[in-house]
Each structure stands twice: as structure tokens, then as C-alpha cells.
Design a protein around this ligand. Sequence first.
Ligand code: ATP
Ligand code: MG
Length: 350
Amino acid sequence: QPRVFSGVQPTGNLHLGNYLGAIRKFVALQDNNDCMYCVVDMHAITAQLVHDDLIGQTRSIAAAFIAAGIDAKKHIVFNQSTVPEHAELAWIFNCVARIGWMNRMTQFKDKAGKDREQASLGLYAYPSLMAADILVYRGTHVPVGDDQKQHLELARDIAMKFNLDFADKIRASGHGVDITVGDEPVHALFPMVEPLIDGPAPRVMSLRDGTKKMSKSDPSDLSRVNLLDDAETISKKIRKAKTDPDGLPSELAGLAGRPEADNLVGIFAALADRTKADVLAEFGGQQFSVFKPALVDLAVSVLSPVTEEMRRLMQDTSHIDAILKDGGERARARAAQTMAMVREVVGFLR
Ligand code: ATP
Ligand code: MG
């Protein structure tokens, strides 16, 4: 049966990219699916070990989930480090994944920067922990931004290699299920993970550089609209957003080679639940001096209810903490079931 899993790192202020690429999709999926949404605090120490207030950041991501409309009673909201089975499965996956696979990960190359020798081993192994996050619940559908596509392909490779390497033992254990991968029948312990990336804003770009993705960890605050920004700050950031001197084209083809214009039109479309073509039909021929104020109004009207609710929730941390504790307990019960099978299949004596 389908199970949705996704995670967000408590590495800083949530931004429009996180909201459009991930959190808004989390909300939409909860009507018809069993969903688990995780604040991945163990991932947060991979790029930077020491944080000023990791606990506060963890609470704030959880508050954003709830403020955006996730039902933590019906679904599961929790933080990763309360379920040690993630780390346990990640270790096994470190032994499944090949170094050659990890070497192809572009996020590692981006985040490690020039001096790769000085990056943490955890940053290198990040995708293996991410695969474990999903597969420890035998998650099947993962709503994420486009930047995570490669990591999800790796998760599929890890699951597949585990299933094939342990095929006889999985069969003997009686735990696996028959699935088909391509045309191949496989008796699998882990399902094939499907990424859910579609939407008008699968990759929101930086407001300062249309070729870089909007990120929590970008040192320039002007590069992103944060979920907690007030209306005035949102207005300032969008007005200052980099653009080219031309007006907006009337058709999609006119956005080619204009990454900044394309990005702003994509953001507008996503916020308004319209297509980019539709937005251009309205604003084609207009200058950014007309389009940007319209975008500011739209962004403020969509984000401010979420922002207000987030602020309200963060006034009383005991409420958020109770949600995370309850979610962690329910998640752990599920993870324990998978790990009992995995240990048996691998051959760890209990
Ligand atoms: P960091 O810079 O610390 O990696 P981040 O902004 O990339 O932070 P993550 O916690 O790594 O945020 O990612 C959370 C979710 O948000 C993921 O599903 C990711 O794909 C999505 N996401 C992140 N940035 C963008 C973006 N610019 N556009 C669309 N989706 C995004
Ligand atoms: Mg990221």
C-alpha cells in the first residue's frame, strides 16, 4: 500500500522554495494517503556540526508543517533523531551503496565546495541516510523539490541492490513481497520509491542568481523569501530581485535564456495555482515594475496566514514538543517492524 514520506532539514529559515517544492505538496497529499513528515535533524549536522539552536530550528520546521495545514493526528510528524532505526538502517545501506555511486552526487559536490577533503564523512553519506529515512518505513512516494531527484534515484538503487543481494534470504524469511521492476519479477523487502516532483515550481531559484537554487544555507538573505518574513521584507526582496531589462514575453518560449524572469513567472504561477502560460497571457508585454508588485501582493496573501499561525504555534513550545513526541513514538513502532526483518535477513543475532 502507498505510503508518503518526506523530510526537511532544520538548517535555517524555511523559504518559498521549501514551501512550493515540498510543504505545500505534503498538505495536498494527506487527504488520500498515509503520510509521514519528518524534521531531519540528523541531516542538519552533516554540513555544519555545531548549531546555535538546533532544538529551536527543529521546533520551527514542525510548526511550519502544522501551520501549513498538516494534520499531525491523522498523519505522523516527528523528528528523525528520536527514531534511532534511521541510523541503524543507514549503516547497513552504507555497506550496500557503492563509493562510485556516491561520487556522482551533485549535492555533495555543491555543498562540499572546493576543499572536498575537509567535508564531513556524514555529508558524503547523506544520501544513504536519506534512503534509510524513507525505506525504514517502506515509504513508496516522496514529495520533494527537483534538487532531490538524484538522491531518490540512489535510494532506488540501494533498495534494489539490497533486494537482489539478499534475494534468497528474503525469500527464506517469508517477509518479502513480489514486485516487478521493469519486467523483472523481484521478491523484495523494500519497495521502489517514486519521487513526486511535478508542479509549476519544482526548483525555485535564488532571487539574486537565476542559475542557483533558493536555499536555506545561502549566506545572502536577499536570495530568498523566508516563510517568517513580514510583508515589508517580502516586498523589498521581490522588488530587489535580479531581472533583465526586458518586459515579460507573451509566450513561454520567450522565457528561454532568461532564468530570472522564468523564475519569477514560475513562482507567480505556483502561488496562484495557475500555469506559467496563463500568467504570461495576463502579464505579457508588461514591465517588471508592474509584475513585481502583483507578485508581492500574491506572495504576501498566500504566505501571511501560514506565517501568522507559525508564530502563534512557536509561542508555546510544549504543544509542538508533544506533537513530535507522539509522532516519534508512532514512527518508531513502524520502524521497529522493518528493522526486525532487516536484521533477520542480514543475519544479525539478537
Ligand atoms: P539546505 O540549503 O540546508 O540544503 P534547503 O533549502 O535545500 O536547505 P532542505 O531541507 O534540504 O532545504 O529541503 C527540504 C525540501 O525542500 C526538499 O524536498 C527540497 O527538495 C525542497 N527544496 C529545497 N529548496 C528548494 C527550491 N529552491 N525549490 C523547490 N524545492 C526546494
Ligand atoms: Mg537541501
